[in-house]
Design a protein around this ligand. Structure first.
Ligand code: DX5
Ligand code: ZN
Length: 217
């Protein structure tokens, strides 16, 4: 069954405990935490100290998406703060193989994210070392953008690549995911859906999680 990772980027941080509880009680599988540095993406969000505070208020696994330049500088900080999955962008880490294996050797799940324009080719020699691939279906930096429909083909191509290599790791899709397009994205090959505004800008975030996880998907 598809897993749902609500992105707290669109949550109200004044009430972050409640915002997380709503999705946890409704069956969310992971909590997606977007870290932005104002360099790799034109926006700034939060860092490791806040993640370690959040670690105290939920049991949900933390799916930490680093949208930062040279993420290798901060890997230990984010693991120590409580990340369970740590995703780095292929475009942001020059020595990607080393970065991924460093995360793996620290005992959590290493993942690679690709911007919409980045080819799957860059995964060829690191695919055996990762635990998840994140396909960005918007240009990273902001919540509330429109899903780029060309990414359905990219998800299909990645699924084929994984099957041909007999590698059984999840494909996560992030950006513009909502109740209307979730089924198409899962049919293309995604097994983890990130959703920010579709969940947190709705009247009932818990219900949206349930619908996204529902039998119609
Ligand atoms: C975008 C972030 C996403 C964002 C998704 O750069 O990586 O995780 O929160 O937000 P929505 O679901 O609103 O596109
Ligand atoms: Zn994200």
């Amino acid at each position: 069954m598809v897993k749902i990772a609500p992105s707290i980027l669109s949550a109200d941080f004044a009430y972050i405990c409640d915002e997380i509880k709503k999705v946890e009680d409704s069956g969310a599988d992971l909590l997606h935490i977007d870290v932005m540095d104002g360099h790799f993406v034109p926006n700034i969000t939060l860092g490791a100290p806040i993640i370690s505070c959040l670690r105290k208020i939920t049991k949900l696994p933390f799916d930490v998406h680093l949208m930062i330049e040279k993420p290798e500088r901060y890997i230990d900080d984010f693991i120590d703060a409580g990340a369970d999955i740590l995703t780095v962008h292929a475009e942001a880490s020059l020595h990607l193989h080393r970065t991924i294996n460093y995360i793996k050797n620290r005992g959590i799940i290493p993942a690679i994210a690709l911007n919409p324009s980045t080819s799957l080719d860059c995964l060829k020699y690191v695919l055996d070392d990762v635990g998840m691939i994140l396909i960005m279906s918007v240009n990273p930096g902001f919540g509330g953008q429109k899903f780029i429909s060309n990414m359905l083909g990219k998800i299909r191509d990645l699924k084929q690549m994984l099957m041909a290599r007999k590698i059984d790791i999840p494909i996560e899709v992030d950006g513009g995911v909502n109740i209307q397009n979730a089924k198409q994205i899962v049919t293309a090959g995604a097994s983890i859906l990130v959703a920010g505004s579709a969940i947190y800008k709705s009247k009932d975030p818990g219900q949206v999680v349930q619908i996204l996880k529902g039998k119609n998907i």
